[in-house]
Design a protein around this ligand. Structure first.
Ligand code: FES
Length: 76
């Protein structure tokens, strides 16, 4: 169950990525992943679903602290 103070107003996370679709889902074949790839979690990237560093500007402007999900192959 949710604990703590509820947000005052519910707002969308996604401001402009594929707004014409009912749900943004991105599929990536695991086999196609390189050694390292960063996926956007701030919904501000112009290369969504990949991170393009836009989270830095978003964090500066809003005081947020979001960043990418980085998938990295274990070094052999
Ligand atoms: Fe969104 Fe980096 S641009 S997490």
């Amino acid at each position: 169950a949710f604990k703590g103070k509820p947000p005052e107003k519910k707002t969308p996370v996604n401001l402009k990525v594929m707004k014409e679709t009912g749900k943004v889902v991105n599929m990536v074949d695991i086999e196609d992943l390189g050694d390292k790839v960063s996926y956007c979690r701030c919904w501000r990237s112009k290369k969504f679903p990949l991170c393009d560093g836009s989270h830095n500007k978003h964090n500066e402007e809003t005081g947020d602290n979001v960043g990418p999900l980085v998938l990295k192959r274990r070094e052999a």
